[in-house]
Design a protein around this ligand. Structure first.
Ligand code: AMP
Length: 512
């Protein structure tokens, strides 16, 4: 394969990102290599910051100064990408991050504030993608202009579109978006001759995804998928932070939650302690000089965490993941006995209780068939390789949409055009008629989500079809086509079925 055309695979994670590529064949199978950063780590923190001199920092450089500069250090931004400013998720995020989160000037989407400047989430994602691209270009010694990028299976159309737009901002063509669990299944199945049904349980830094996938040699068919875009390692950290703050306040009467630097120190230690507790039963939780009494006396945090306490504080989070697994399994039409393997993806699956609960649920231990941190990038690289010119690797991905897509009816209820788990690509047509004489346009609001009330879901846009033929009410037809592509992205078109003439379609995103 000529290096000029290398399409890399990028796992754009909530906490860490990772990139990989295929370097030809080895022993008849594609030889996947992870791209190292400065010769060492294979992951780059998905963090963007601006320091007090106005320099932009990305990755480790941004993470290093996080404690001292929490207001201008943007982490976990993937959770906000493609969200409208009024979304509940944005409200929750505002409470746990130290940086400013607010509606954009046109109130369409959410933006963040860094170094007193407003930035869109696409711009933040573009900075992180650019860093990964630079690292890859340096390593491969050729410019990298194309990538396959993974997203959580539970990402909506708008979130997928935002990732593509982020690529456009830096001239990186996102040739294909694929779902993270599907990508992990590729890492497991490519190069083997398998006929298996697998469950991919992906609990990363910010999101939880589960997919039931049937692998038939090089065909990867997703039977059902589900998840929670707001459930990941960060929530385990937050449960610990909440506990520490409550204990400290009950002892000293001081609320540390309003002190950004103290919060950052607690956040850092909470994550490190959580990770430690995956390999030991207890760990100290000490932070010297966290604050001062009104009299100027320094105060320390001196506590201890046990694995049992961590498990108690986070049991509800693990329960939530298992409820989703049970639901997705029912939707796939399979039972636990039908599954050949349960695969763990995402750093948070290293927590022993997660593995114990899954072992109980499936009556067998999870497989060690894929590397939890690397599988997603490896799968993306394999898929990227299958798209390149000189390859024998032919992969077929049959994926589904994670949430229903539909339109708002006159009574505000959602009419599902595509139910959840509909296979993609997929197209459907509906035909409407004009309701007033000489109606020239038709407006339709489109939503994604499983709630029966349309405005409880995420709005994908308000589509206006204009140039309708003049005629009496009820006499002119409008045929609307909903087209969801292989990436789970919707486009809408309309035509007059009597004349065959296409209508003009414009879209805008409004608030519910
Ligand atoms: P990922 O998005 O897959 O990189 O997952 C990162 C998440 O996994 C972060 O929330 C980490 O704190 C968490 N994590 C990483 N290693 C461990 C570990 N050994 N035990 C528990 N959580 C971990």
């Amino acid at each position: 394969m000529s290096q000029q055309e290398t399409i890399i695979g990028i796992d754009l994670g909530t906490t860490n990102s990772c990139a990989a590529f295929v370097d030809g064949y080895k022993d008849g199978v594609p030889n996947v290599k992870l791209i190292p950063y400065k010769g060492g780590e294979y992951t780059i923190p998905s963090i963007f910051a601006v320091d007090d001199k106005g320099n932009e920092l990305i990755g480790y450089e941004a993470k290093r100064q996080w404690q001292l500069n929490p207001k201008n250090t943007i982490y976990g931004s993937k959770r906000l990408v493609g969200r409208s400013a009024t979304s509940d998720i944005v409200e929750t995020m505002k409470k746990v991050v130290q940086y400013g989160v607010k509606p954009s000037y046109d109130n369409k989407e959410v933006t963040i504030e860094v170094a007193k400047k407003e930035m869109t989430l696409q711009e933040v994602a573009a900075r992180i993608l650019n860093k990964i691209r630079d690292v890859a270009s340096n390593y491969l010694k050729v410019p990298v202009n194309k990538a396959v990028v993974t997203v959580p299976a539970y990402f909506s159309d708008r979130q997928r579109q935002s990732v593509k737009d982020a690529g456009k901002l830096i001239g990186l063509e996102v040739v294909r978006i694929i779902n993270e669990p599907t990508s992990a299944a590729l890492a497991y199945g490519v190069g083997k001759t398998l006929n298996q049904k697998v469950c991919i349980y992906d609990l990363g830094g910010g999101t939880f995804d589960v997919s039931i996938i049937e692998i038939r040699n090089q065909v990867f068919e997703v039977k059902a998928t589900g998840g929670d875009i707001f459930l990941g390692g960060i929530d385990f950290d937050n449960a610990m932070i909440h506990y520490v703050l409550t204990e400290f306040q009950s002892k000293t009467g001081i609320d540390l939650s309003t002190d950004p630097v103290a919060m950052q120190r607690i956040k850092d230690l909470a994550e490190r302690t959580k990770i430690d507790l995956s390999s030991r039963e207890e760990a100290p939780f000490n932070i010297p000089f966290i604050t001062m009494t009104p009299q100027g006396q320094p105060l320390n945090i001196e506590m201890k965490f046990t694995r049992k306490l961590l498990e108690k504080l986070t049991v509800e989070l693990v329960d939530r993941t298992l409820k989703i697994v049970a639901k997705v399994l029912v939707e796939s039409g399979l039972s636990t006995r039908d599954l050949d393997e349960v695969m763990l993806v995402g750093g948070q699956t290293r927590m022993p209780v997660v593995q114990e609960r899954l072992t109980k649920f499936f009556s067998k231990p999870p497989s060690k068939g894929v590397h939890p941190d690397e599988a997603v990038a490896i799968g993306a690289a394999l898929y990227a390789f299958s798209l390149s010119d000189d390859t024998n690797l032919k992969l077929q991905l049959l994926d589904v949409i994670p949430m229903a897509i539909g339109l708002e009816k006159a009574d505000g209820q959602m009419h599902q055009v595509f139910p959840r788990n509909s296979p993609i690509p997929n197209a459907k047509q509906i035909t409407g008629t004009t309701s007033v004489n000489n109606q020239s346009e038709l407006i339709m609001r489109i939503w994604q989500g499983d709630h029966e009330k349309a405005n409880e879901n995420e709005q994908l846009g308000e589509f206006t079809f204009s140039g309708i033929r003049q005629g009496p009410a009820g006499n002119v037809k409008v045929e609307i086509t909903f087209d969801v592509n292989v990436e789970g992205i919707l486009t809408m078109t309309a035509r007059d079925p009597d004349t065959g003439k296409d209508m003009k379609t414009t879209v805008r995103v409004t608030q519910s």
